[in-house]
Write a protein that binds this ligand. Structure first.
Ligand SMILES: Nc1ncnc2c1ncn2[C@@H]1O[C@H](COP(=O)(O)OP(=O)(O)OP(=O)(O)O)[C@@H](O)[C@H]1O
Ligand SMILES: [Mg+2]
Length: 373
């Protein structure tokens, strides 16, 4: 182990158990939820995809958040890339071997292999294309496909999200022998809302799971490396646990925190968090998040950070100062919706709407509205 950045936790057993769940229920995707930045994508990439390969499945990854405007096309694109990887040989020898032999003179006779019968072009309608691609890819790879769709809740924000879900659902069911799937999402509420709109209740469609955050494995490695760098100094495991929870179980943030302590040889984690809250880069990042939101939305965010019920009478009274008059509930609701879509607010299951990032929440709690501009 050389640096803090090399520290990682692999979860092959978790990946294997997920594959087991997927296998047990053909046609039903596994949908895993966790808040932002806790390691969902990392898990798909480092644990689930390798486990799938080991099980002789072909993992295919698509990030729906990045391609919000055309999610179905993004999925198709990922499948097409995978199909290219499977069918277009990359080595020189492979390429030569695939060149069509037109004529072969043998003892004066001429053998004409000709072109392989041309395949029908893939359908252009994205729904049909998805189905055709799945069939073609599974046949070419001679394996079932594991379609990993990251940030599935993005479908809730696109105009034709329902159509996409319906198409996915139909193909997942029809091709259940050759198509398996795993979704990740950072908002269970958005996902439930979205999946339930496409016909029968969502629980009949996907298997919902809370994706577990990292635990002591990770914290112990951080502490061990710290002890190596600073002989005689120790980070307390209980402190690490408490602070990890305080920052929302985000491994990279935790690592950065320990790194910043390590740079100065300090061991007080809580003091480290305090300094983090004032760090210029951190503050600049939060200011950037606030930029797109007007004063009223910021005021709503601040009220929520302070734990005030957003529609409560006192909140509405205090928002009146910003708004000029007492805002309507509809107006507050619209602000919450915009903050939610921007990822600043989250509503998890039965929990009330809250600031998504607990560290950002702490930052907001220490500020007044005029400090947020
Ligand atoms: N198992 C792990 N071991 C070590 N570091 C990890 C692990 N998982 C995640 N991380 C660190 O946390 C960072 C964030 O992880 P990742 O991007 O997977 O989170 P995410 O849940 O997909 O976030 P988002 O909601 O923003 O998509 C990674 O870049 C990595 O530095
Ligand atoms: Mg991610």
């Amino acid at each position: 182990m050389k640096t803090f950045d090399d520290i990682e936790v692999r979860r092959p057993a978790l990946a294997k158990s997920y594959l087991g769940l997927i296998k047990a229920q053909p046609g039903r995707p596994l949908a895993m939820f966790a808040p932002r930045r806790v390691g969902k994508t990392y898990f798909l990439d480092h644990d689930l995809a390798p486990a799938a390969r080991q099980a002789k499945w072909l993992p295919v990854y698509a990030d729906l958040w990045l391609q919000k405007s055309a999610p179905l096309e993004a999925i198709n694109h990922a499948l097409e890339e995978a199909l290219d990887d499977v069918t277009v040989p990359s080595s020189e020898v492979g390429r030569l071997a695939k060149t069509t032999v037109k004529k072969l003179g043998a003892l004066g006779a001429s053998v004409d292999f000709g072109d392989a019968p041309a395949r029908r072009p893939l359908p252009t309608a994205p729904e049909l294309r998805l189905d055709a691609l799945v069939v073609r890819l599974a046949a070419a790879a001679d394996k079932p496909i594991l379609l990993m769709l990251d940030e599935i809740q993005a479908l809730g924000d696109v105009a034709d999200g329902e159509r996409v879900i319906a198409a996915l659902r139909a193909v997942l069911h029809k091709r259940r022998d050759i198509l398996k799937s795993a979704f990740t999402g950072s908002s269970q509420e958005a996902m439930v809302r979205m999946l339930s709109t496409a016909g029968s209740p969502m629980y009949q469609f996907a298997q919902l799971l809370d994706f577990p955050v990292l635990g002591d494995d990770y914290l112990e490695q951080l502490a061990d490396h710290f002890a190596e760098v600073h002989p005689g100094k120790l980070l307390d495991l209980d402190d690490l646990r408490r602070v990890f929870a305080r920052i929302g179980f985000k491994p990279r943030l935790m690592r950065d925190l320990v790194k910043s302590l390590s740079a100065e040889g300090l061991t007080d984690l809580d003091a480290g968090v305090k300094r983090f809250l004032l760090d210029d880069r951190q503050v600049a990042g939060w200011s950037a998040l606030l930029q797109p939101h007007d004063l009223f939305e910021r005021a709503v965010l601040l009220a929520i950070a302070h734990g005030q019920p957003p529609m409560g009478r006192e909140t509405l009274d205090s928002l009146a100062k910003v708004h000029g008059s007492r805002p309507t509930v509809a107006k507050v609701r619209a602000a919450i919706e915009r903050l939610r879509r921007a990822g600043l607010l989250a509503k998890g299951g039965s929990r009330p709407t809250a600031v998504d990032d607990p560290l950002f929440a702490e930052y907001l709690q220490d500020r007044s509205l005029d400090q947020l501009t």
